[in-house]
Design a protein around this ligand. Structure first.
Ligand code: AMP
Ligand code: MG
Length: 363
């Protein structure tokens, strides 16, 4: 769904959605009056969230074209990459389950390559081949919370013993094969990041010199907003913002949260991010925010750090080449790397621990 581009054509729905986002603190900071002619914005609903695109300094014509192209791209990705609605990814998973070869698209092949790298560097904390486990837990749905008991230990073990890994996928051009029928791709932890990267690449090709693509607080920005950097909100568990920061030239910031989507029975709450090594939901870290060069790495890494947990996140972050991370644990405590601390402006009275990055584990 495209909400028409251009401030002058914002319809009532767009205005309402923008209002909701603004209340949640997810919008880039409000634009001063004099900026308004230079800025063009559009919003669309995709990947279960509102994606807001803002361009700075582009002409109306350039903006219209950019918005329409990015909208088409996002719609195609939503269809092709969906883990449970009929589309290319579902066909790929069916082929893997039956041992057949299958032809993928260039972007899916690239996403598998990038996923393989993150899976390896995160010691399997990020693993997009666990679609079977995600489905078993009932997390292939948009309706949360899920009410009911967890799956049986036997069913979880059954999948785990086959150790699905994205690294078992053989790529030959666009042809994919998996010797392991339990490899079932679920790009829920990386797709938004890769989509944002592709959108940014297209905007650049179209000659846009400055833009922000913001998918519900997960974003990538490049260029300047006039004579100042883009200023964005950092998400926190439960909604709203824990602080703000200024984007440097071209970089992405993604937050993975393990609090909003869960299964619930009489005894317990089971959050939606799974530890691929145990097959069970992870606890300890409520949210992980990562700043990186690309949306793909920031998105996948944020998911990986939630799985890594309070004991391992620094080791995994180092291995992924990250130095700008903010972790909020289940008790609401904040942990920041020194590089992150230097950038983020936290709200009044927010307590935090700046970790000893130089001496920390993994150094
Ligand atoms: P995110 O919100 O980016 O952290 O992504 C969460 C989504 O990634 C879940 O809804 C699942 O679809 C998928 N997922 C869950 N656990 C993992 C994991 N350990 N590695 C990769 N993807 C996962
Ligand atoms: Mg992610």
């Amino acid at each position: 769904m495209l909400i028409p581009p251009g401030r002058s054509r914002l319809n009532l729905l767009a205005a309402c959605l923008a209002g909701v986002l603004a209340c949640l603190g997810l919008l880039a900071a409000c634009q001063p009056e004099q900026d308004q002619d230079q800025e063009h914005s559009a919003q669309l609903f995709v990947f279960g969230t509102i994606v807001e695109i803002k361009l700075w300094g582009a002409s109306q014509e350039q903006s219209d074209r950019a918005f329409s192209e990015v909208q088409q791209m996002f719609q195609g990705m939503h269809r092709d990459w969906h883990a449970w609605e009929p589309g290319l990814l579902v066909e790929i998973n069916e082929a893997f389950a039956s041992g057949a070869a299958v032809t993928a698209s260039q972007d899916i092949v690239e996403m598998i390559r990038l996923s393989q790298e993150v899976e390896e560097k995160s010691a399997g904390c990020f693993n997009p081949a666990i679609g079977g486990l995600v489905a078993l837990w009932g997390f292939h749905t948009s309706d949360y919370p899920i009410i009911g008991p967890p799956p049986s230990r036997e069913d979880i073990e059954h999948i785990l013993t086959h150790r699905p890994s994205s690294r078992e996928i053989r790529i030959d051009g666009l042809q994919l094969t998996s010797a392991n029928p339990f490899v079932q791709l679920d790009f829920g932890g990386i797709a938004k990041g890769y989509a944002v990267d592709l959108a940014v690449a297209r905007l650049r090709e179209l000659g846009v010199g400055s833009a922000i693509v913001n998918a519900g607080g997960d974003l990538r920005a490049f260029g300047l907003h006039g004579d100042r950097p883009w200023r964005v909100a950092v998400r926190k568990p439960g909604g709203g913002a824990i602080g703000t920061l200024e984007v440097r030239q071209d970089e992405a910031m993604f937050t993975s949260g393990n609090y909003a989507r869960f299964r619930q029975d009489e005894q317990e709450r089971y959050p939606h991010i799974l530890d691929p090594r145990s097959g069970w939901p992870v606890r300890g870290v409520a949210s992980a925010t990562v700043i990186s060069k690309t949306g793909t790495v920031a998105d996948a890494a944020a998911t990986a750090l939630i799985v890594a947990g309070l004991d391992e996140w620094m080791t995994v972050a180092r291995s992924l080449g990250l130095d700008q991370v903010l972790i909020i644990d289940d008790a609401g405590r904040l942990y920041l790397t020194p590089e992150m601390e230097a950038r983020v402006q936290l709200g009044e009275g927010v307590e935090r621990v700046v970790v000893d990055w130089a001496a920390g584990p993994g150094s």
